[in-house]
Design a protein around this ligand. Structure first.
Ligand code: NAD
Length: 499
């Protein structure tokens, strides 16, 4: 059995806490490796190393730091197949999806290569007689990130690429379910020229997270995961005086207007609802057709497509639309919620309950489910299922459909399918959700824009990647300087803050 490690000070380090978690192959249900769960002493060791290494990295000029990121991009491309295979083996997603996971992270690394430009400060010449004023962005010091299982390459890179480009050291606590790719990323970054101790991976669970939360030296915490944990980390981290940004769960609605192209809408729902087994925070989990006639036309197109979805292991290549879910517990939770949908009166129009894959009976596969006539009070509508289950809520009018997306406690992403520009514009302006798609089902902004939801999908004020990341990972310092020549005429200063 393979025993994974931590990655501390440029080396693979065995765990010393004596606690381990099992890493499963979700396609077979077999334990394929174990990963150590760090205790506070191990976290302390990593933080001490990071703290020692960080000042020298911060003093490397930003262009040279950017060159290390450039080389890292080359190495990610070189090892793309290897990374995707390792990712699929632990997560279960298909190889094209795994490559997408790496590529969307890589794009953020590419954006961060612009650090020399993005970190430039501001300067006011002659703010008073002989007085100049300038501001600079300085690294925070030691920063940390806690990431979820569903994007083990992309989300760590969303955090550590800007943190490191800004001159910080970064400690990554990845998901304990699929830590291999995060470990590989840390090794690759060092191969690209990153000094030891600037990016470390400390594996673990709540104990390691609590050690981060209460560590004096750690300046900032980024978190992505479920909402209850996001709330806990935000509250605790803020109480400890840290800079914290936390991104939580989602329930993304897609509104289908009567004038939408129904083939396009059905295809969009198929990818956005069932791709990656629905384990995406930007997955569409609620379809809202406006009017019964629209609903009937949509479902007539959607049902045969959902029934034709191919579910299987990533090793089956292009024959598979989506793979298993991540764990037996996730599978059991999805099955439980599907049963509540039936018990509470929704119509299960595609029933994936008896899905069985020969030769993979112990894998965590879940067949595709489609519900019709779902209502607001049902558990399958209220809670994030994070599986291949799409709920159809029929709305009578556009206003009712908009109200559904507005009233839901989550506000990560939403989409509208229509040919009417006025309706699309009204929707984008009024809906209280962070990321909007117009005839685009998964509107994930590119690296040079920012990513973030509203309401219970986020805790904190700055978004991920794009310009916000450079604000999150730096502090502004403003210098006011005066020179003797400005004082020649008796030292009178015209700006009030001077005295
Ligand atoms: P999770 O909340 O179970 O775990 C996320 C991280 O928190 C992991 O590193 C885990 O080890 C740690 N953790 C778990 N329990 C903890 C506890 N009690 N105390 C401290 N730390 C704890 O989430 P997950 O199942 O890995 O990921 C799926 C969730 O992430 C979904 O809710 C999904 O919507 C969300 N997600 C959100 C975004 C976004 O940008 N909003 C992106 C991806 C995933």
């Amino acid at each position: 059995m393979q025993e994974l490690t931590h990655y501390i000070n440029g080396a693979h380090v065995k765990g010393t806490s004596g606690r381990f978690a099992n890493i499963y192959n979700p396609a077979t249900g077999e334990v394929q490796a174990t990963v150590p769960m760090a205790n506070a002493a191990e976290m302390d060791q990593a933080v001490a190393i990071a703290s020692k290494a960080q000042p020298a990295w911060a003093s490397v000029n930003p262009q040279r730091r950017a060159r290390v990121l450039m080389k890292f991009v080359d190495l990610l491309n070189r090892d793309m197949e290897k990374l995707a295979e390792a990712l699929s083996r632990e997560h279960g997603k298909t190889i094209p999806d795994a490559k997408g996971d790496v590529i969307r992270g890589l794009e953020v690394v590419e954006y961060c290569i612009g650090a020399p430009q993005l970190l430039k400060g501001e300067y006011t010449d002659s703010a008073g007689p002989g007085i100049d004023m300038y501001s600079m962005r300085q690294a925070l010091g030691v920063t940390a990130g806690i990431t979820p299982f569903n994007f083990p390459a992309m989300i760590p890179m969303w955090m550590f690429a800007p943190a490191i480009a800004c001159g910080n050291a970064f400690i990554l606590k990845p998901s304990e379910r699929d830590p291999s790719v995060p470990l590989m990323l840390a090794e690759l970054f060092e191969e690209a020229g990153l000094p030891k101790g600037i990016l470390q991976v400390v594996n673990g669970d709540k104990e390691a997270v609590d050690a981060i939360l209460h560590h004096d030296i750690i300046q900032s915490i980024g978190f992505v995961g479920s909402t209850p944990i996001a709330e806990y980390i935000y509250a605790t981290g803020c109480a400890e005086g840290k800079r914290v940004q936390c991104f939580g769960g989602a329930k993304n609605h897609m509104i289908i207007m009567p004038d939408a192209d129904m083939d396009q809408a059905a295809d969009a729902l198929l990818g956005a609802g069932y791709g990656a087994a629905g384990e995406r925070c930007m997955a569409i989990s609620v379809a809202v057709p406006v009017g019964d006639e629209t609903a009937d036309r949509l479902l007539a197109k959607l049902i045969p497509r959902v029934e034709a979805l191919k579910v299987g292991p990533y090793t089956a290549g292009n024959d598979v639309d989506y793979g298993p879910v991540v764990s037996a517990a996730a599978k059991a939770n999805i099955e439980r919620l599907v049963q509540t949908g039936i018990d509470q009166g929704a119509d299960l129009v595609v029933d994936g309950r008896n899905f069985n894959l020969q030769g993979y009976e112990d894998g965590f596969f879940v067949g595709a489910h489609l519900f019709d006539n779902v209502t607001k009070d049902m558990d399958i509508y209220k809670y994030e299922i994070f599986g291949p289950v799409l709920s159809t809520v029929r709305a009578k009018t556009y206003e009712e459909a908009l109200g559904l997306a507005m009233d839901h406690e989550y506000g990560n992403g939403t989409a509208i399918f229509t040919r009417d520009g006025d309706t699309a514009r009204d929707f984008a302006n009024r809906v209280n959700v962070g990321m909007i798609g117009i005839n685009v089902p998964i509107p994930v902004p590119l690296a040079y824009h920012t990513f973030g939801g509203w309401k219970k999908s986020v805790f904190g004020d700055l978004n991920q990647h794009g310009p916000d990341a450079f604000k999150f990972y730096t502090r502004t310092k403003t210098v006011t300087a005066r020179w003797p020549s400005g004082m020649k005429d008796g030292g009178e200063f015209s700006i009030p803050i001077m005295e």
